[in-house]
Design a protein around this ligand. Structure first.
Ligand code: DER
Length: 233
């Protein structure tokens, strides 16, 4: 499909331009990253590269193992050269909403350990303001016993609607790789300062992490339906 064409083009361009020998690479989660790992595996084989891959989820872990790539952890590799990850939406400042796949916490940790975060996405994700295209809200990982008070406090502080994310192939709520729940905060209007908003939300006891990635992405590759790539710094 055209969307897959865009995802693949973005992923291949990002891996072609940002990976070199002897690097430690954070591997994000989601469907676009699958193409990045495919291209990474090709390059490792063709160029005999020495790369260690650090996962951001069980899914990323499986992907690394399926392609027989070297699997590392933050314990053995606490400083990464680059992290490659998808996004649900980016704005004009490259602030990202992430967590559509409920992997936001380990993604943000791995991204924070990388010298640079490279975002790959099809161009549906490329917005001027958050909320323009991605309507599912900002994911917030919470400790299960606290989801109700956290839900209420966010609604009282910022308005909008905060929804406990329910699972599809499982009865009850989505449970993250860390054993937590996910709230999706459907904000009504973009915040003047996402940074202030993020800080307020993170202060609420029970909040583990938010899907707002602020001042983290250095560059974003957006793939178009006809296979072209727009790069934004
Ligand atoms: O869950 C996540 O944060 C993923 O990176 C998500 O934001 C992007 O997933 P996609 O590449 O399948 O759109």
């Amino acid at each position: 499909s055209n969307i897959e064409t865009g995802k693949k083009a973005a992923a291949f361009a990002a891996v072609n331009e940002n990976i070199k020998n002897n690097q430690k690479v954070g591997i994000g989660s989601g469907s676009t990253v699958v193409y990045a790992v495919q291209r990474l595996a090709q390059r490792i084989k063709e160029e005999n590269l020495n790369i260690i891959c650090i996962p951001t989820s069980f899914q990323a872990n499986q992907l690394i193992q399926e392609h027989r790539l070297n699997l590392g952890t933050l314990e053995t590799c606490p400083i990464l050269d680059v992290a490659i990850d998808g996004a649900d939406e980016t704005d004009k400042d490259l602030t990202c909403i992430k967590g559509g796949g409920a992997c936001l916490t380990q993604e943000k940790i791995v991204a924070s350990c990388a010298k640079q975060l490279v975002i790959i996405a099809d161009d549906r994700k490329d917005s001027q303001e958050l909320g323009t295209n991605y309507k599912k809200g900002i994911p917030i990982e919470v400790i299960p016993m606290a989801y109700k008070p956290v839900q209420m406090k966010i609604q009282d502080m910022f308005g909008g609607e905060v929804i406990l994310r329910m699972a599809q192939q499982k009865a009850g709520p989505v449970v993250t790789d860390n054993g937590n729940f996910v709230l999706d905060w459907k904000f009504t209007k973009p915040c003047d300062s996402w940074d202030k908003c993020n800080t307020c939300i993170k202060m609420i006891p029970g909040v583990v992490e938010t899907g707002l990635f602020i001042n983290m992405a250095k560059v974003a590759y957006f793939g178009t339906a006809d296979g072209k790539v727009n790069k934004r710094l």
